[in-house]
Design a binder for this molecule. Structure first.
Ligand code: ATP
Ligand code: BTN
Length: 244
């Protein structure tokens, strides 16, 4: 995919900017990259800490075919592209937490947020937001869970141009494969990097909670849990998984 790139110094959110750009005639696909975000967003209205410390905050916008069938499992395919990119830079111990948080040794290093515009049953666009802690090393009050950065793990400054280039190439490859073959072709690869594969976890949706052993994912990227000997399948953006 030949991506056009829009660079921004400071922006509210690269996802928000990509969604705004999609309202105007813009050549697709494109990437929005920013040095900092004043309202970086995570899943379910959470915030993504985005100080100007040479991290990577970027959003990839592309058209999705009518029918929206390519959307199922797409965020997990994006997770695989991030894992592949970090591994190619020599980052050890990279894994994914369902649906798509990126961890290194139990600490969050990157986050992924997909947003859709248009009607999935018809012509629509997807914005794939990716935030990677690249050169951030000081403590950040806003982050209320263990986190790390590539610089902390590798002990060296990471070149963001190279990182973005590798990410765009890997993402193009995984998206093309996902679109042509479906998520089922990536399922085994996803399970191989699943940080909690085989472990007892709690899955919550609001105040409701279920305890089960993580079996993996199905052909659409939904989570498979063994709950007291029965296999249940869960999908949807409101779900949150925690180790028991
Ligand atoms: P889940 O969605 O499964 O509940 P989660 O707790 O990681 O997982 P998300 O909405 O995916 O929640 O991500 C937002 C969370 O990520 C924030 O609440 C914060 O704890 C954490 N976070 C925010 N900014 C950063 C950052 N730059 N690096 C690492 N973690 C961050
Ligand atoms: C999460 O873990 O909840 C997802 C975090 C996604 C953060 C990235 S940073 C670039 C893009 N712009 C945003 O506002 N969010 C995503």
């Amino acid at each position: 995919l030949g991506w056009s790139v829009f660079l921004r110094e400071e922006i509210d959110s690269t996802n928000a900017e990509a969604l705004r750009l999609l309202q105007c005639p813009t050549s697709l696909p494109f990437i929005v990259v920013a040095e900092s975000q004043t309202a970086g967003r995570g899943r379910r209205g959470r915030r993504w800490a985005s100080p100007p410390v040479r991290n990577l905050y970027c959003s990839f916008a592309l058209r999705v075919e009518a029918g929206g069938r390519h959307l199922s499992g797409m965020s997990l395919a994006v997770g695989l592209a991030v894992v592949d990119t970090l591994r190619s830079l020599g980052v050890p111990g990279v894994g994914l937490k369902w649906p798509n948080d990126v961890y290194v040794d139990g600490k969050k290093v990157a986050g992924i947020l997909l947003e859709l515009t248009g009607d999935p049953a018809d012509q629509c666009h997807v914005v794939i937001g990716i935030g990677i802690n690249v050169n951030m090393t000081f403590s950040v009050d806003e982050i209320d869970q263990p986190w790390t950065s590539l610089r902390s793990v590798l002990g060296a400054l990471v070149d963001r141009n190279e990182l973005l280039l590798r990410l765009a190439m890997s993402l193009s490859g995984y998206l093309e494969r996902h679109i042509s073959e479906g998520f089922s072709a990536l399922r085994a690869e996803w399970e191989a990097v699943n940080v909690w594969q085989g472990l007892m976890c709690r899955l919550s949706a609001g105040s409701q909670e279920v305890l089960g052993r993580v079996l993996g994912v199905d052909d659409h990227g939904a989570l498979r849990l063994d709950v007291d000997g029965c296999i249940y399948v869960f999908s949807g953006g409101e779900l949150s998984l925690r180790l028991d």
